[in-house]
Design a protein around this ligand. Structure first.
Ligand SMILES: *Cc1c(COP(=O)(O)O)cnc(C)c1O
Length: 339
């Protein structure tokens, strides 16, 4: 369907023949035997990029988060997070079913769970005995999907780090789109992620790979993560097929995320002339208010533009390498005409 302009998600990028043909099949082996050279290269590349001791290739961002949180907490423990963060918005059943963890999900003022808000969340429950749920982790997100893809600020992350140090907690960063955030800040991923003990990043989002995520952190935690990944059935065999494509995409991460951020900024300006933007556009997505988002998405689909009805009153448009600037310009005209 060449006429459809798909702005629903950055996970919808296509795999090309070139992506597969560029692979060196001799490097692909059985990762359960530690013999896949692409997986090892990708893990080493990411450990270095994010400034952590070690990293582990994961089938999905959800498993990466699940395993990461399990490395930092045990059944019955509490994770302090924000109600709209992926870990709460999409994974609240998963943390409970997989790891017996409980969420303390705070409704922040503007999407950035601040250190002060995390402290309020912590003190909203009885803390005078370890017979009750004990908070072990503060889990933040960047960019923050549910709040328009805004970037979690560096200064606030340092304040949360100080809170964690004061209270003996770990800091977990769900950085599914953290490279889009780093492009926005013009900051190296290692610098940005430094306060976090562990982080997740998704290859299947901003850099346009078809598959996979990475969990990065201290070497001993990544050793534990290998066990929890195995428990979840996430140890894969010839996963170099996917890791090799992801590694190739990672080499262009700055260019791709910058371009997608720039495209979204442009789209935000165009749509902002005709609709109410719900959030400032900082990375690769634009959210606009709509009286009936589902009906608006259906109307757009009839005209060849796909958007996501994120909430009943909110439409999401995401920029990715799936959509060129020219297509985006055409989409903007269609969206404006249908508003
Ligand atoms: C997409 C996403 C995930 C989960 O990734 P999957 O690979 O779809 O499981 C986790 N956190 C955030 C913030 C995401 O956007």
């Amino acid at each position: 369907m060449p006429d459809i302009i798909d702005l629903r998600s950055d996970t919808l990028t296509r795999v090309s023949k070139r992506d597969v043909e560029a692979l060196d099949f001799a490097k692909i082996g059985d990762d359960c035997y530690g013999e896949d050279r692409y997986v090892r290269e990708l893990e080493a590349y990411c450990a270095e990029l994010f400034g952590k001791e070690a990293a582990l290739f994961m089938p999905s961002g959800t498993m990466s988060n699940q395993v990461g949180l399990r490395c930092l907490a045990a059944p019955g423990d509490e994770i302090v997070t924000e109600v709209g963060y992926h870990i709460s918005f999409f994974e609240s059943s998963a943390v409970s079913a997989n790891s017996g963890l409980v969420l303390n999900a705070y409704h922040s003022r503007n999407g950035v769970l601040t250190a002060d808000e995390a402290r309020i969340a912590i003190h909203a429950k009885a803390r005078w005995s370890s017979l009750y749920a004990v908070p072990k982790v503060v889990a933040i997100e960047s960019s923050i999907n549910s709040y328009g893809g805004i970037v979690y600020p560096v200064d606030e992350m340092l304040r949360v780090r100080a809170l964690c140090d004061e209270m003996g907690l770990s800091l977990y960063l769900d950085g599914a789109r953290v490279l889009n955030a780093c492009s926005h800040l013009d900051l190296s991923p290692a610098r940005y992620a430094r306060p976090a003990d562990m982080l997740n990043f998704c290859f299947s989002k901003g850099v346009g790979a078809p598959f996979g995520s990475i969990l990065a952190g201290p070497a001993h935690k990544i050793e534990a993560a290998k066990i929890f990944r195995k428990w979840q059935g996430g140890s894969l065999h010839q996963s170099g097929l996917m890791a090799g494509v992801a590694l190739d995409k990672m080499r262009h991460w700055q260019q791709v995320t910058q371009q997608d951020n720039d495209n979204a900024a442009w789209l935000g300006r165009r749509l902002g002339e005709a609709a109410r933007l719900k959030y400032p556009v900082e990375t690769n997505m634009v959210f606009i208010e709509a009286a009936d988002a589902k009906a608006a998405a259906a109307r757009l689909a009839e005209r060849g533009v796909l958007a996501l009805a994120w909430k009943p009153d909110l439409l999401r448009f995401t920029c990715s390498s799936l959509v060129t600037r020219r297509e985006l310009e055409r989409a903007a005209d269609i969206i404006r005409a249908s508003l």
